[in-house]
Design a protein around this ligand. Structure first.
Ligand SMILES: Nc1ncnc2c1ncn2[C@@H]1O[C@H](COP(=O)(O)OP(=O)(O)OP(=O)(O)O)[C@@H](O)[C@H]1O
Length: 256
C-alpha cells in the first residue's frame, strides 16, 4: 500500500444537473506512467481540477501520500509536491526560458528574495537551470523572450517549469495539444525522459503519445471509470474500442 502516492475515493462533481465526475476512485503509484483517456466531455479536466484544488468535489476525497488533501488550497498542494504543468497563458511572456526557470528554481530553494540578482549570481540555481534547458530542448531559445518562441517550445517550457518544482506527482494535461507534427517528437521524447521517481498522470488525446508513454491507463466515459489496465489490455478491450478508441487504434502496438 505504501507505494500509492495519489488516490481518489468516490469523487463526484456536479454542475447543476450535469455529473461531470461520477464516483471516480483511482490510484497513482510511485513512479507511475499513468494515462487518463476518454472522449471529449468525459470529465478528465474536471477530475484534474479536483486533484489540483481548483474545483472542490461535491463528494469524495483526494489523498496525497496518505494525507487527506481534499480541503487544501491549490498552492498548498503544490508545496506538498502535487504539480500541474504551467499553462501557456501562465508563462511570463517577456522573460526568457532561462529567467523563468531561474525564478522557479530560486523560489523552490528559498532564494526568492534574491531572484532579481543577475543570472549567474547563484551557482546552484544556474546549474539547475542549465540542466533543465538541455533536458527540455530549450538551449537555443534560452535567452529569447518566451512570447517569441515557437508554440512547441512554449509547451516544453510549461513542462520544464513544473519539473523545476521537483514534484512528487506531475499532472500533464494534453502536453502535445496544438503542437505541429514536426515538433511533437520533442514533446514525446521529453515526456519519456521525465525523472523515474516522479509519478505522472497524463491526459492526452494523441494515442501515439499515450501508448508510447503509459504503463497503466484509466478510461473515463461520461464521468465514470469504464476500465483500467495495461496498454495491451486497454487496446484489446472491446468496450473501450466501441466508446472511444475505435479506428484510431489501427496501427497502434502498445509498447512499441
Ligand atoms: N464549469 C462547468 N460548468 C458546467 N458544466 C461543466 C463545467 N465544466 C465542465 N462541465 C461539463 O462537465 C462535463 C465534463 O467536462 P470536462 O471538460 O471535464 O471533460 P473532458 O474529458 O476534459 O473533455 P475534453 O477532452 O473535451 O477536454 C462536460 O459535460 C462539460 O460540459
Amino acid at each position: 500500500m505504501n507505494d500509492i502516492v495519489l488516490q481518489t475515493h468516490g469523487l463526484v462533481k456536479r454542475f447543476g444537473g450535469i455529473t461531470a465526475t461520477n464516483n471516480v476512485s483511482m490510484t497513482l503509484r510511485r513512479g507511475a506512467r499513468h494515462a487518463l483517456i476518454g472522449p471529449n466531455g468525459a470529465g478528465k479536466t474536471t477530475l484534474i481540477n479536483q486533484l489540483t484544488g481548483v474545483l472542490p468535489p461535491t463528494e469524495g476525497r483526494v489523498e496525497l501520500g496518505g494525507q487527506d488533501i481534499t480541503a487544501l488550497a491549490a498552492h498548498r498542494r503544490v508545496a506538498l509536491g502535487l504539480v500541474r504543468t504551467f499553462q501557456i497563458n501562465q508563462l511570463w511572456p517577456s522573460l526568457t526560458p532561462a529567467q523563468s526557470l531561474a525564478l522557479v528554481v530560486s523560489q523552490r530553494l528559498g532564494r526568492s528574495r534574491r531572484w532579481w540578482r543577475p543570472l549567474g549570481a547563484d551557482d546552484a540555481v544556474l546549474a539547475e537551470v542549465a540542466t533543465l534547458l538541455t533536458q527540455f530542448h530549450l538551449d537555443e531559445q534560452a535567452h529569447r523572450a518566451t512570447r517569441e518562441l515557437p508554440y512547441g517550445k512554449r509547451r516544453l517550457l510549461e513542462i520544464a517549469l513544473a519539473v523545476a518544482l521537483q514534484p512528487r506527482v506531475l499532472l500533464l494535461d494534453e502536453p502535445a495539444a496544438g503542437v505541429p507534427a514536426a515538433e511533437r517528437g520533442e514533446i514525446l521524447a521529453t515526456v519519456a525522459a521525465l525523472p523515474a521517481d516522479v509519478s505522472v498522470l497524463l491526459i492526452e488525446h494523441d494515442m501515439d503519445l499515450v501508448f508510447s508513454f503509459a504503463t497503466t491507463m484509466t478510461v473515463l466515459v461520461n464521468g465514470t471509470v469504464l476500465t483500467e489496465g495495461t496498454p495491451e489490455a486497454i487496446a484489446a478491450d472491446p468496450q473501450v474500442r466501441a466508446v472511444y478508441l475505435g479506428d484510431s487504434m489501427a496501427g497502434i502496438r502498445p509498447g512499441h
